[in-house]
Ligand binder design. Structure first.
Ligand code: AMP
Length: 282
């Protein structure tokens, strides 16, 4: 497995892989890797890609009061996990290489960021779209792999990739969960055992909504009330949102669910913000 530290080394490794006739698969991450990230590498390998994992805690996607400085970092563990998963290369750039002095360009996706995490995290999706478009330009992958766990992020990436004509297939991969249902996240390690137990209400609430929907319930108000009831049982510190939005536009659904919808929640337990979602398909 190649370890690449600079954009120049990345470009060179990609050039060599292309000369060998490889397809390039890109897996962007912020490190602190877990089985969710590993599933993206495995998806790239199933597609017979030469798989590059990028590990970069991107400062521009964190707000001033967010967890950038305390975000978990574990380079040795991450490299071992990438190797075991079958990654072909890992790209670990420095902030100064990704954002040299004078960087002034931002990729901003309108509309899709009006709801859900957009209002709670101003500037977050601009940071995501900007760094991912830079990684696309550097690695020029054939395919890029992202988790459905970050459903709004996936929608934003699909949209800018299309709008900016990146010739890249964006592959969404299912959310990987712990045995008890908790969606895997690098931020789960912030949770005390007690908060982690309370956090199971996220997946339980979403699962209950799915079950009611499968049994024929289509009223947003009824499903939302069920979700709110279960989330309250976890005594959350704060609920940023528990929303049912159109899966394409990410605009709130009013009344009945007639088209694919995303049920998404963002909930705080002490200083930790967790997100999760499920898709309902009529
Ligand atoms: P992150 O390191 O949190 O920025 O995530 C990097 C990539 O891994 C993103 O595409 C995430 O959506 C994806 N990811 C994170 N957690 C999971 C999970 N539990 N299941 C599947 N993909 C995930």
């Amino acid at each position: 497995m190649k370890i690449l530290r600079t954009p120049r080394e990345l470009r060179e490794a990609v050039r060599e892989a292309r000369l060998r006739g490889e397809s390039i698969g890109l897996v962007p991450t912020m490190g602190a890797l877990h089985a969710g990230h590993v599933s993206l590498v495995q998806a790239a390998k199933r597609d017979r890609c030469w798989c590059i994992v990028t590990i970069f805690v991107n400062p521009t996607q964190f707000g001033p009061n967010e967890d950038f400085s305390r975000y978990p970092r574990d380079e040795a563990g991450d490299l071992a996990r990438c190797d075991a998963a079958g990654a072909d290369a890992v790209f670990l750039p420095e902030v100064a290489d990704m954002y040299p002095p004078g960087s002034a360009t931002v990729v901003s996706v309108r509309g899709l960021t009006d709801h859900l995490c957009g209002p709670a995290r101003p500037g977050h999706f601009d940071g995501v779209a900007t760094i991912v478009s830079k990684l696309f330009s550097l690695a020029q992958p054939d395919r890029a792999y992202f988790g459905e766990k970050d459903a709004q992020q996936l929608a934003v990436i699909r949209r800018f990739a299309r709008d900016l004509d990146f010739p890249i297939e964006i592959v969404g991969c299912p959310t990987v969960r712990e045995a008890d249902g908790l969606a895997m996240s690098s931020r789960n390690r912030y949770l005390t055992p007690e908060a982690r137990q309370r956090a199971l209400t996220l997946s339980r609430a979403l699962h209950a909504a799915e079950a009611r929907f499968a049994a024929g319930e289509r009223e947003v108000a009824t499903l939302a009330a069920e979700i709110a009831r279960i989330l309250a049982e976890g005594r959350p510190t704060k609920i940023d949102y528990a929303s049912i939005v159109d899966a394409e536009t990410l605009q709130p659904v009013a009344g009945r669910i007639e088209r694919r919808a995303l049920v998404a929640v963002a909930v705080w337990f002490e200083r930790t913000r967790l997100i999760d979602n499920v898709t309902l398909v009529p």
